[in-house]
Write a protein that binds this ligand. Structure first.
Ligand SMILES: [Zn+2]
Length: 271
């Protein structure tokens, strides 16, 4: 599943091609991708021009000359920018046509991805961005106290809290494991057992790891390969996720499930 660094990588590639292109048509082949009335989505988007592409957490935000398209890739969503006849397969569900003979194709094997149109004034005041947590990369100065108060109000495993996106957004299964390893915190520990220092370590590790992963264009592992010809290289820096031996103490890493998600950690180093 693409996490923050992979989505940021997609954003950086798409922005080079799409800015100032006018959307002349939208073809929706599978209506479940569009998280609103399909005709309203089309009438809101057709005729508008892409002015910028933004990102918040794992959401891409296509800023139009008026309004925005919010896109979440979920498990398998991928974009391809190609000539109008550039790609055709049963997993292409949405096609944006432009006035230059090219199209943006949205492919999604699992069909879990979502797109929705939002006016500027409702972008962050309505779902899906309404109750989203801080983006560790976009937030200039993290309010540790605020994050601490939110984390200790939960009694579920810290890994579950970090995956739910409403306190810190952008971390998924891979990077939560890496962040907790860096912060030396056992992923099973209840959120309400975190000290202020623990929370500070989690926030700082999130910034550090996500920044480095963006620099290396994300992680390419079995669960996620990018489109757009960009292969992420951060997999070479993963310390626990998919690994067998702890790089610090050399003991065998634990691999079990937390809330159904495969979790790697070192019982010895992460307390
Ligand atoms: Zn260890």
């Amino acid at each position: 599943m693409p996490e923050l660094p992979e989505v940021e990588t997609v954003r950086r590639v798409l922005i080079k091609d799409l800015v100032n292109l006018k959307i002349t048509d939208v073809i929706i082949k599978y209506d479940g991708i569009i998280d609103m009335d399909n005709d309203l989505f089309k009438s809101s988007v057709i005729g508008k021009t892409i002015k910028n592409i933004d990102r918040y957490g794992k959401y891409l935000i296509f800023n139009l000359n008026e309004g925005n398209i919010i896109s979440h890739l979920r498990m398998e969503g991928k974009y391809f920018y190609l000539p109008n006849d550039g790609i055709d397969n049963k997993h292409i569900h949405v096609i944006y046509k432009f006035d230059n003979g090219y199209s943006l194709f949205y492919q999604d094997v699992r069909k879990f991805g979502k797109m929705i149109y939002k006016e500027n004034n409702e972008l962050f005041s309505t779902n899906p961005l309404k109750n989203i947590g801080i983006d560790p990369i976009l937030t200039k100065k993290i309010d540790y106290r605020l994050i601490y108060d939110k984390i200790v109000s939960r009694n579920v495993a810290i890994k579950t809290t970090l995956l739910d996106q409403s306190i810190i957004t952008g971390l998924g299964n891979i990077y939560v494991d890496e962040v907790l390893f860096e912060a030396k915190i056992n992923p099973h520990r209840p959120s309400n057992s975190m000290s202020f220092e623990d929370v500070k370590h989690i926030c700082d590790a999130s910034v550090e790891i996500l920044s480095k992963a963006i620099e290396y264009k994300g992680t390419t592992i079995r669960s996620y390969t990018s489109s757009l010809g960009v292969e992420g290289q951060y997999q070479q820096f993963l310390k626990v996720h998919t690994k067998k031996i702890c790089s610090i103490c050399k003991s065998t890493l634990n691999c079990d499930k937390i809330n159904g998600r495969t979790t790697y950690y070192c019982e010895n180093c992460e307390r």
